[in-house]
Design a protein around this ligand. Structure first.
Ligand SMILES: [Zn+2]
Length: 322
């Protein structure tokens, strides 16, 4: 069995590929913009080119590679290796694993992106040494991953762990998934951005905060970290509300799963740091049963982009060896 595997993180805005060696070191990293509007064939061609670049950069050939793990945001049929649906990239029932295998010759395994990230932190990052892990990744959306008894729990169809799409407020705001009042529609960075736009529109937020007007895309995690740094009370109130809602929801999940680790990663944690993490934790401890909360520690993810690469590569390696 080859010692090297490739982890590929196919995102809505960028794609990232890395050759991962033994002991989980990432030997090369290549990046391309995802031409999400250009259609599935154009995205596929970019995936092929990015894989070739990753091999060249690491000084490897296809023969050195045991398997490729593709982490994909969307609904997958992992047994067939098809991408059932990714609204961001235009794939519908796309036979991604078979197409890539025909092109390169190595086996290709598809995995949900947050599952891959949680697994990466489990084998090589902040979650090492824990067996029962709830991974939560608040950013543009809110993703979740579950490791139970030391194994990835993906559910019967491979789509378990969607902590962001549990309903917290009946008849609440519309979510990207079509339901109303999902945690993601209330507490993601996108939801926080909508709050900020409301305050820009009514004149509460002014100056540099209002310079991009009502452009939701311009309201990044940095917008909130800046407000936090400057002590802007309106922006801090938005952060607090979102963190409290997410923490309350995680507390309920603690009662369901009794994990030993809540791993929190993604853009909001990276930019808002301890302030956000502690606020989420406080709300979590207030809503979970005390003895269940006492079993759980909260940690920030530490691998960033590498988590998805390492996790996808390792899961693919294990799937092929099984
Ligand atoms: Zn939803």
């Amino acid at each position: 069995m080859a010692d090297f595997h490739i982890g590929f993180d196919l995102g809505g805005t960028k794609m990232l590929a890395g050759v991962v060696g033994p002991d989980y070191q990432v030997l090369s990293k290549t990046k391309r913009k995802s031409q999400s509007q250009a259609g599935p064939e154009a995205v596929y061609e970019d995936i092929v080119a990015t894989l070739k670049d990753a091999l060249t950069q690491a000084g490897k050939t296809t023969k050195d590679i045991g398997a490729v793990g593709m982490s994909v945001p969307g609904i997958l049929d992992r047994k067939k290796g098809t991408v059932v649906r990714t609204p961001n990239l235009g794939f519908y029932d796309f036979p991604l694993a078979d197409r890539l295998k025909a092109e390169f010759g190595f086996p290709v395994v598809l995995e949900n992106d947050v599952n891959a990230g949680t697994w990466g932190e489990f084998v090589a990052g902040a979650a090492r040494g824990h067996e029962h892990i709830l991974g939560v990744f608040p950013g543009t959306g809110i993703g979740g991953g579950l490791i139970l008894n030391g194994r990835l729990y993906a559910g019967v169809g491979g789509n378990a762990g969607e902590i962001g799409h549990m309903i917290l407020q009946v008849e609440g705001p519309l979510c990207g998934c079509g339901n109303r009042g999902c945690v993601e529609a209330l507490a993601s960075r996108t939801a926080m951005g909508k709050d900020a736009i409301g305050l820009i529109a009514n004149g509460t937020l002014t100056g540099a905060y209002a310079e991009n007007g009502a452009d939701l895309k311009a309201i990044s995690s940095k917008f909130f970290s800046q407000g936090l740094k400057e002590g802007n009370p309106h922006i801090i109130a938005i952060i607090d509300r979102a963190a409290d809602l997410l923490g309350t929801h995680i507390g309920g999940c603690l009662n369901l799963l009794n994990p030993e680790l809540v791993l929190i990663g993604g853009g909001l944690v990276e930019k808002l740091g301890d302030y956000y993490l502690k606020r989420v934790e406080k709300a979590m401890r207030a809503s979970a049963w005390e003895f269940v909360a006492a079993d759980a520690v909260v940690k920030a993810a530490i691998l960033g982009d590498d988590a998805g690469l390492i996790g996808a590569a390792d899961l693919a390696c294990k799937a092929v060896e099984a």
